[in-house]
Design a binder for this molecule. Structure first.
Ligand SMILES: Nc1ncnc2c1ncn2[C@@H]1O[C@H](COP(=O)(O)OP(=O)(O)OP(=O)(O)O)[C@@H](O)[C@H]1O
Length: 300
């Protein structure tokens, strides 16, 4: 896949806070990217920079080879759906949709109408009078109906109930099946949205620590479960993200090539895959292994 978006050494400081630090990466065209990171990792800041909404303190963002910031030729191709649209507060839903239709050149009016009906959004209510979940729905309608070649969603499912989150995932899959669009989506609902993603970008304290194909990313992680003394003798530390023992049985989370797989299986070690959300937790806690993580481990 070709890269559609390129970040060249971008950084963003808010006073003494380094929200984004020296990020150089690309985002592949026509794919759905999951942008994952702990609270405060810099996801919102990065999405705002990528959309051109805010300037980086340093570096450049290129869309299809052209500068994103201050470039009227590029901005119509990008739609940002913020997690919190404060400026929409006093506008009625129908007026917001009308403004979107004027501002977004690929706007799909028919789809917007269908989605408003599907989400049962009251056209005459002001945005500030909607529940948190309904506000998210308005953002989802904007993002999907925008038809923008590059659409950035910042925590689009905030406040949505389980049924509506499923509806959103189905709409996304349907939309991406119908037309070539690049989507970058930040979320804390990692497992339930993981089927959407072709690529994963992991952001830790303003730094991108992984950007890769999701399946390849997940395929690198394994639970190894077996007799404690045997298992601990067979594996070496640098690849172990997490370790738990219970009644003589140990479970390790192994991240990296598993060269001795056959040998491990011959010795009765059970090998299984690690769900994306668990992997995310283990990776982000890597430097903090002895803290509270046993509450969120394999045996829990
Ligand atoms: N306008 C701002 N002024 C000062 N600091 C800011 C501002 N915006 C973000 N920050 C800081 O930048 C860092 C990254 O924040 P950001 O909102 O991008 O993180 P996030 O990954 O989206 O977090 P969350 O998952 O909690 O929404 C945080 O330390 C935050 O306090």
């Amino acid at each position: 896949m070709n890269p559609i978006l390129e970040c060249r050494q971008i950084a963003k400081n808010f006073g003494s806070t380094e929200a984004i630090r020296n990020v150089t990466t690309t985002f592949e065209e026509g794919a759905v990217h999951g942008l994952l990171g702990a609270n405060g990792a810099g996801k919102t800041t990065l999405l705002h920079i990528l959309s051109g909404l805010i300037y980086p303190s340093q570096g450049q963002v290129l869309y299809d080879g052209q500068q994103v910031h201050d470039n009227p030729a590029v901005t119509p191709n990008i739609c940002l759906v913020k997690s919190d649209e404060r400026s929409w507060a006093d506008y009625k839903v129908k007026d917001l949709m009308h403004y979107c239709s004027l501002l977004l050149p690929y706007w799909d009016e028919k789809l917007a109408t269908e989605l408003l009906r599907k989400f049962r959004l009251p056209a005459k209510k002001k945005y500030k009078q909607l529940s948190r979940g309904m506000q998210s729905m308005v953002g989802i309608v904007k993002g999907l109906a925008s038809g923008a070649p590059l659409t950035l969603f910042d925590e689009p499912t905030l406040g949505l109930d389980a049924d509506m989150r499923e509806t959103f995932y189905e709409l996304m899959i349907n939309d991406c099946g119908q037309r070539e669009r690049t989507m970058i989506l930040s979320t804390h609902q990692i497992d339930e949205s993981s089927n959407l993603f072709q690529y994963i970008t992991l952001l830790e304290q303003g730094v991108i620590t992984s950007h890769m194909d999701k399946d390849a990313f997940v395929a690198q992680a394994h639970y190894l479960q077996g007799d404690s003394s045997q298992l601990l003798a067979l594996v070496s530390d640098p690849h172990v993200l997490h370790e738990e023992s219970l009644a003589g049985t140990t479970v390790l989370v192994w991240y990296g090539e598993l060269d001795n797989r056959v040998e491990l299986e011959r010795r009765g070690i059970k090998i299984s895959s690690v769900p994306l959300q668990k992997l995310f937790v283990y990776l982000t806690r890597k430097g903090n292994l002895n803290s509270e993580e046993t509450n969120n481990g394999y045996f829990s």
